[in-house]
Design a protein around this ligand. Sequence first.
Ligand code: FES
Length: 104
Amino acid sequence: MITITFILNDGTRHSIDAESEANVMQVATFNDVRGIEGACGGFCSCATCHVYVESAHALPAPAADEETMLTGTAAKRESNSRLACQLKLGPELDGLVVRMPEVQ
Ligand code: FES
């Protein structure tokens, strides 16, 4: 089991034990976490799953399509910005902490 923590805009933290979801966007949307829409269903074409990675996990660099969406579409991109749908669940993500942007 993998635990992912989401920090909402009001500072509320939601820690979720993920079992069957494929990526971090699905963990949020399947568990009714506010702040991630996932409008395109995880096809890397909407950027409504933008998050800031707050934990010190060594994540692979964004692929070209994620980089394009972060640069062109995500509001207020920061150095730790990622698209949650592109963060595939695996043991290396256990303990991941992500913060929601003010707007998607
Ligand atoms: S859900 Fe659309 S880019 Fe992630």
